[in-house]
Design a protein around this ligand. Structure first.
Ligand SMILES: [Zn+2]
Length: 249
């Protein structure tokens, strides 16, 4: 058992929250009961995850994508009302950590994705140093790399081929980091892996020769929150469980 404020303080230090300029508030987003013994973690604070957490008798939910983002209109209507109503009715705390959870050197989404795929991060690039750059364990083709990523993440990636060179230097950034592609090219990558692709990246790949792999926003961001929840369970002696709410994106 731990107190909700102790958990927030610990997470704030662990993830170095104060260092980031983010698109939404990091930390306790919805206040629930004071004592936490059971934690559910997941990628997004969707209604599906909230319902699953209620069924699991969770005292708290830890997510990468919380409820509140810059630019929302702020009204508690529709889906926002439904999600908040379920959390409040069950007195469940909601903790959300966005960029700090991407960036953590060992527990973060990028670190964990690299570990899962056998990539060693050697340096960082891009805005707020969120992108990772490293070497593949051995040079391979785009088809081979995409097959490994697809089988590991359980989702077929979308590919934008480059010039067909053997891939040695990989740059990666989980989630919706397609805007980091040009920084990855400038950093010397042969291939850039992120969650999503937008229209311009296919042209940049063809014109610069650097391949682009969109491996899934959800699929690439399942791992940081699990590593953090595992650490919290050891630190505070609480139960924790990851619940995957499937998402084709
Ligand atoms: Zn994301």
């Amino acid at each position: 058992m731990t107190h909700r404020n102790d958990l927030e303080r610990h997470l704030g230090q662990l993830l170095d929250v104060a260092r980031f300029k983010d698109y939404g508030p990091n930390g306790l987003q919805v206040e629930g009961r004071e004592q936490i013994g059971t934690l559910v973690c997941g990628v997004t604070a969707s209604l599906g995850l909230i319902e699953a957490a209620i069924a699991a008798k969770a005292d708290a939910i830890l997510v990468h994508h919380g409820l509140f983002w810059r630019g929302q209109d702020g009204r508690v209507t529709g889906w926002m009302k439904q999600r908040l109503a379920r959390l409040l009715a069950h007195d469940i705390n909601l903790y959300a950590y966005h960029l700090p959870l991407d960036a953590h050197a060992e527990l973060g989404n990028n670190a964990q994705l690299g570990r899962l795929l056998g990539w060693q991060g050697e340096s960082r690039f891009g805005e707020q140093d969120l992108g990772w750059l490293g070497s593949l364990p051995q040079a391979c083709s785009l088809t081979e790399l995409a097959a490994q990523i697809g089988s590991t993440l359980g989702r077929t990636p979308v590919l934008a081929p480059g010039d067909g060179r053997a891939l040695r230097r990989v740059a990666w950034c989980t989630g919706g980091a397609q805007g980091y592609f040009e920084a990855a090219i400038a950093a010397g990558a042969d291939v850039f892996v992120t969650g999503e692709i937008s229209e311009p990246q296919a042209h940049y790949a063809a014109e610069t020769g650097v391949a682009f792999i969109a491996a899934g926003h959800h699929a690439t961001e399942r791992y940081g929150v699990q590593a953090v929840a595992h650490q919290l369970a050891a630190e505070f002696g609480i139960r924790q469980q990851f619940i995957d709410i499937a998402n084709p994106a």
